[in-house]
Design a protein around this ligand. Sequence first.
Ligand code: CDP
Length: 226
Amino acid sequence: MTRCDGRKKNELRDVKMEVGVLKRADGSAYIEWGNNKIFAGVYGPKEVIPRFLARNDRAYLRCKYSMTPFSVEERKRPGPDRRSVEIGKVTTGALAPAILLENYPNSMIEILIDVMQADAGTRCAGITAATLALVDAGIPMRGLVSACAAGKVDDEIVLDLCKEEDNLGQADIPLAILSRTEEITLLQMDGIMTENEVEEALGLAIEGCKSVYQMQMDALKTKYGD
Ligand code: CDP
């Protein structure tokens, strides 16, 4: 099967990552993943606001995902909506196990993910960029979180759906893996697949995450050397 953009079923879109792109954030990264263009900025560890969210045994982690009005085909109303709140929440869950939050009690780490252009797979691209921004901020990590989705299009299981495929798609499974421990920190699915198809899609997504991990390491080496 050839895909609409000519990729093989196990082929990722072109991905470019750059670490340390924003001067005023404590850590930052930019990712171009196919036609997705996303910035991630990290602030902290800093004072917790509002204060009642402070924990005396670890840092409070907050991820905010937002899309610019011009990031999607039909102009998006600025400001949070249900989808962006949900993505912020699952992103927090995907990244929290990677961070040594216990090192920073009574403080807060804030991650902002801003989508400039969206073309499906933004939560995975955002998580991948946010991980680089955390490292850039000098926050101690257990490993890197690498994310990638696989899904079902035209009755075929394929890696990394682009928007055109997402529109026709029958299912999509975003996945995030924490390196070193190899724990899965995000697993979602929308659509319908058989048990075998889920297994095949997970296999593809795991391989995709491994390639993403290599690219993250390369981006960090480019910034900081070996
Ligand atoms: O981006 P991701 O695949 O993680 O999330 P999704 O909720 O499955 O959205 C898939 C795609 O739909 C996004 O990446 C955008 O390209 C598009 N979208 C849109 O066109 N308008 C919106 N208001 C939200 C998403």
